[in-house]
Write a protein of this length. Sequence first.
Length: 404
Amino acid sequence: MRAEIIASGTELLLGETTDTNTPFIAGQLAMMGIDLYHASIVGDNYERFLEVLREALERSDIVIITGGLGPTKGDITRDVVAGALGEEMQINDELKQHMIGYFRRMGYEMPENNLKQAMLIPSATSIPNPLGTAPGWWVEKSDKIVISLPGPPAEMHPMWETEIFPRLEKKGGAVIVSRRLKTWGLSEAKIDQLVGPYMSLPNPTLALYARADGIQLRITAKSSDRETADKLIREREAELRQILRDNLWGADDDALEVITGQLMIQKGLTLAVAESFTGGLLAYTLANVPESARFFKGGIIAINEETRKSLEIIPESGKFRADIKSTSIMANLAQKRFDSDIGIGIDGYIERQDDTTSGKVFIVITSKQNKQNVVQTYPWRPNALVRRSVTHTIFCLRDVLLKS
């Protein structure tokens, strides 16, 4: 079956709101073996929206629309679906009473224009929305399916999981299983070179993605049953693990900070950090690891020159700019102040040359057994530089723990 997604809303075209629904639905369709060939965004204009929907119905079996189900004049999805299918809308008494009850429970009188959300066409059934006033539509007509869902992800996701996914899964006709392997320390080009022979194989397929926590490899297998798909995934994963070995650190939803925190707990070690360039993001990331209190003692954030001088974080040059010496002082300071087994210092600065931005980052990890210094330059956007620096620091910590 072929599916198509239409995201409606002029705010999407103006860049005021980011469409996160389409990527979510695309991933869900892939899991069900339903092919997605087209996705589009259309504004709140009836004629243009109608043209897009009619074209979608000509080439696709399933059309999924998000947005435009509110009570305002700009919410035109119902009108467009009714127009494309040549049907008239009428107020559904059951939906009307449900909506009145919803507002009564909230302590409000229902505005008259909310009745718009209680309308249906003859070929549509309503999709319950437990978190909002806008029910969705499920329409089946002339071997086509049109699904209309609210735009807010907080409303759309539960409706998808409880109502839409179970219905569509029965129509997919295939089982698709994916597994993501996560790597660090190799470039995308290098991994492509190492796993090149697998990239062109049809089942399972292999794709590479650059992420903040390294290069990810997504293995996707398709079969008529789950057992066979899982077997294909296991066999391909075993082959890739033989090739990538030590550069693989996790899979699927594994989080680097969680894995590293578990290592800290297993080894019975404690940790403290001192930061400047990253503004406390390293401490925040570590503190949000489950059971972080068992290994993470706390952190120091030294931003301005006066604070750094009071803590005697003085670069080798005597100037304010960070270097490996001042970062080493920060690591020792954190370890001493919190009486921890390991101290981490992380600092850096951003350089702008010609229209390019790069960041030089200094990472020092010191423990009673050893000391590790890292100097790294990242060509990255400023916000991403900080996130990348924190990720690299946690990888360095993991490396120290595995070698200790």
